[in-house]
Design a protein around this ligand. Sequence first.
Ligand code: MN
Length: 138
Amino acid sequence: MDKVNTISLFPKGEKLPNEWFTGEAFLSPLVSKDKNNEFSAGAVTFEIDARTNWHTHPKGQVLIVIEGSGFYQEKGKAARAITKGDVVNIPENVEHWHGASAKTSMTHIAITNFKEDVQVTWLKPVTNEEFNQANNQK
Ligand code: MN
């Protein structure tokens, strides 16, 4: 019995690679890029402590939090706590990460635009020190 899954809007999906994600993160694809849509959309679930690497999107990204809470942080700025119902409109080429918190899991829909065939450039992992700083800020 998986209580969490029975109340989730979408399937949890497949585990995302630890090359680009720290911890346990999962993707459930929703919409693929096609002749009309220059984006893809998917539901991403981050278990406690899980997060993306630092990364950029060449044409930006929109996140819609549908369950739980976590963080969104742009390089050089304080982390922003985000929770169910929050929407984050991420500009192009801004280095950032998103993920769960140390105490809560988080699921967001990610709508990610393409620039030609590229939608993300992966950078370094978010260190435990950086993650702890997000969790401990007031
Ligand atoms: Mn992103």
